[in-house]
Write a protein that binds this ligand. Structure first.
Ligand code: IPE
Ligand code: IPE
Ligand code: MG
Length: 233
């Protein structure tokens, strides 16, 4: 029996730079094209009835890149939401984010917070952008918060696996994790949440990852046998 549509999908949107280089364009052109593709894939996921799409847009390690590229990437979410917020509203898509926004320029933070506020009551797809996100940082902040609460006597030291989610930026388990552009690694993304995710690595670069390739990945997911440590019935 094949699986239904995955409820939570996480994508590592990789390969923008190589896509641009192959076309003789600057890396930033790849990021721009990649941002346009976020719109297309979010709309497609909304149509498919996926509940939450989490897109890795900027990692805590991406600050290591040259200053001009980092500067461009920091402005991109702001540009994206200014361009597409109206359409996201029309399609009933809710915007959220994971990561520490405070390192981004104030105007970018303002646009993101505005998008989150405006779409708060929408009931379609939850489009979550992981920006300045790193899973180890997420876990560290959660551990610190928990330790603080225990130290202050606000709770006892008896946390369960289910409760760990309350201390994370992304509380859901991931059903399907896709990484584009051929790299086969996780790069500090959702380490707790992908415990039993199905992983798909596609050679297609993110700017070329279209609805057809998304559908192919979903089909591949649906043909997987998710056993969660048990046996197939
Ligand atoms: C993904 O594309 C976008 C970010 C990491 C911000 P890359 O910029 O990593 O592109 P490649 O991997 O160098 O081709
Ligand atoms: C992962 O891609 C981060 C994002 C897609 C935002 P990277 O290109 O930064 O990852 P590595 O360096 O190849 O592992
Ligand atoms: Mg990369």
């Amino acid at each position: 029996m094949s699986l239904g549509i995955p409820q939570t999908v996480a994508i590592i949107m990789d390969g923008n730079g190589r896509w641009a280089k192959a076309k003789g364009l600057p890396r930033t052109a790849g990021h721009k094209q990649g941002a346009n593709n976020v719109r297309d894939i979010a709309l497609a996921c909304n149509e498919l009835g996926i509940k939450k799409l989490i897109l890795y847009a900027f990692s805590t390690e991406n600050w290591k890149r040259p200053e001009d590229e980092v500067g461009f990437l920091c402005k991109l979410p702001g540009i994206f939401f200014n361009m597409f917020i109206k359409e996201l509203m029309e399609k009933n898509i809710r915007v959220t984010f994971a990561g520490e926004l405070n390192r981004f320029p104030q105007d970018t933070q303002d646009v993101i917070n505005k998008a989150v506020g405006m779409t708060e009551k929408n009931t379609g797809l939850e489009l979550c952008l992981a920006i300045n996100y790193g899973s180890r940082r997420e876990l560290l902040l959660g551990i610190q918060k928990y330790a603080d609460q225990v130290a202050k006597g606000e709770r006892t030291n008896d946390i369960t696996e289910e409760e760990v989610a309350n201390y994370l930026m992304v509380p859901e388990d991931i059903d399907l994790m896709i990484r584009t552009s051929g790299e086969q690694r996780i790069s500090n993304y959702l380490l707790w949440q992908i415990a039993y995710a199905e992983l798909i690595f596609t050679p297609v670069a993110w700017p070329d990852f279209d609805q057809k390739e998304l559908n192919r990945c979903i089909q591949e997911y649906q043909n997987r046998d998710r056993r969660f440590g048990g046996l197939t019935s």
